[in-house]
Design a protein around this ligand. Structure first.
Ligand code: NAP
Length: 176
C-alpha cells in the first residue's frame, strides 16, 4: 500500500491557526484546488476524529470512495458510519493497512492532523508527502505530526502555485 500524506502549513510550520480548525480560512485557492484534486483521485482517505469533525459538513460520500476515521470510541460514531464509504476504527495503522490491502486497496491518502499522522510515521507507513507552504506566519498552532523519531525526506519536486509564493513541495520518505 502506498501512503501519501497531504498537508498545508505556514512558513513557521503551523497546520492550524491556534485551536481554529478552519484551515480554509488561511490557505490559498491554489492549495485548495490541489487538495481537492488529491481527494477526487483518492479511493481511500484516512483522518483522525478531530479532522473529521472539522471537515464533515464538506464531505461528499459516494460509492467507490472509502473514508476511515481514527477514534478511540468507534461506537460513539456508529450512527454516522456508511458501509464501504465511512468507517470509524480503533485499529492500529498497521492492522488497518493490512486489512485494506487484503480488500484490494493499493493507495491511501492520509489527510489527518498531527496525532494520527504521528501514528502513521511511528509505524513507518508514510511513503510520500505533499506539503504546501503558505507565505504566512501563524504563530501558534499544531505541527504536521507528533511522531517519536526523526524522519528523513528527499525532495522530489517544488512547484510555485501562485504569485504570492505558495509552494507545493513533494517529498519521498527515506526508509532505511
Ligand atoms: N493544515 C492541514 O493540512 C491539516 C490537515 C488535516 C487536519 N488539520 C487540522 O488538524 C486538526 C486536528 O489535528 P489533531 O492532531 O488534533 O487531530 P487528528 O489527528 O485529526 O485526530 C485526533 C484524534 O484521533 C483519534 N486518535 C488518536 N490516536 C488514536 C489511536 N491510537 N487510536 C484510535 N484513535 C486515535 C482520537 O480520536 P477520539 O478523540 O475520537 O478518540 C484523537 O482525538 C484540525 O484542526 C484540522 O483542521 C490540518
Amino acid at each position: 500500500m502506498k501512503i501519501i500524506l497531504a498537508m498545508v502549513e505556514s512558513v513557521d510550520g503551523k497546520t492550524t491557526h491556534g485551536d481554529d480548525s478552519r484551515v480554509f480560512r488561511w490557505t490559498s485557492k491554489e492549495d485548495q484546488e490541489h487538495f481537492k484534486r488529491l481527494v477526487n483521485q483518492a479511493k481511500l482517505i484516512v483522518m483522525g476524529s478531530k479532522t473529521y469533525e472539522a471537515a464533515k459538513k464538506m464531505l461528499q460520500h459516494q460509492p467507490g470512495k472509502l473514508r476511515v476515521v481514527f477514534t478511540h470510541n468507534p461506537e460513539k460514531y456508529a450512527d454516522q458510519a456508511i458501509p464501504g464509504q465511512l468507517e470509524f476504527t480503533n485499529e492500529t495503522p498497521q492492522v488497518l493497512v493490512d486489512r485494506l490491502t487484503q480488500q484490494g486497496y493499493d493507495e491511501l491518502l492520509l489527510a489527518s492532523g498531527a496525532q494520527v499522522n504521528g501514528l502513521f510515521f511511528d509505524a513507518g507507513l508514510v511513503d510520500e508527502i505533499f506539503l504546501t507552504i503558505e507565505p504566512k506566519l501563524l504563530g501558534i498552532g499544531n505541527p504536521m505530526a507528533i511522531q517519536k523519531n526523526i524522519i528523513n525526506l528527499t525532495l522530489l519536486n517544488v512547484e510555485k502555485l501562485n504569485e504570492r509564493g505558495t509552494l507545493l513541495l513533494h517529498y519521498t520518505v527515506n526508509k532505511s
